[in-house]
Design a protein around this ligand. Structure first.
Ligand code: FES
Ligand code: FES
Length: 197
């Protein structure tokens, strides 16, 4: 007896048989096996931090996976991968979005900014990055790229006028280390510098 026969019906066989049976009243049973690895890849052009990238990506690839696994930009973090933690926050045309819930293909022709793109061309930190360091606005740092990107947008939106507003409009960015008081302090300080810049 072959190894396959000894193992009994495979999952692929079972799925193929089930799909065929379900379709029977509508059409002749197809002999085509079910493809478990089906993917539809195509060219995608992304503009990230002012640079254009061209990749062949599955249509289902999220912006977060495209950044991290195909462009080598690992600043945006994968926390929950379900839109709940904010660790993956990036800017698209200046607005914050959750990269784990955004398809890469959906942002073609738009400008994506990640934490890697915040510093100036000569390496000077963005005022928000500098303020986070000065205020000790992190502990493990895992949430920090998302916090900083989100904080930049929060100030630009005019939603950082008070500590209460900062807390409210930063509530989509969770910090497991609970560095919240210092994050608020950092945003308050950076708000003044961003206005002065
Ligand atoms: S990884 Fe996107 S919201 Fe958590
Ligand atoms: S600094 Fe650790 S999760 Fe925020």
């Amino acid at each position: 007896m072959s190894d396959a026969a000894a193992r009994g019906p495979s999952r692929r066989f079972f799925l193929g048989a089930t799909a065929g049976a379900a379709a029977a009243p509508m059409a002749p049973v197809s002999a085509q096996p079910v493809r478990e690895d089906a993917s539809i890849a195509g060219p995608v052009a992304l503009t990230v931090n002012g640079r254009e990238y061209h990749r062949q990506l599955d249509v289902r690839t999220t912006l977060l996976d495209a950044l991290r696994e195909h462009l080598g930009l690992t600043g945006a973090k994968k926390g929950c991968d379900h839109g709940q933690c904010g660790a993956c926050t990036v800017l698209v045309d200046g607005r914050r979005v959750l990269a784990c819930l955004t398809l890469a293909r959906a942002v073609e022709g738009r400008e994506v900014t990640t934490i890697e793109g915040l510093a100036g061309p000569n390496g000077d930190l963005h005022p928000m990055q500098a303020a986070f360091i000065e205020a000790d606005g992190f502990q493990c740092g895992y949430c920090t790229p998302g916090q900083i990107i989100s904080a930049v947008a929060c100030v630009q939106e005019g939603h950082a006028e008070s500590d209460d507003a900062i807390r409210e409009y930063m509530s989509g960015n969770l910090c497991r280390c609970a560095a919240y008081p210092r994050i608020v302090e950092a945003i308050r300080a950076a708000r003044q510098r961003m206005r002065a810049a």
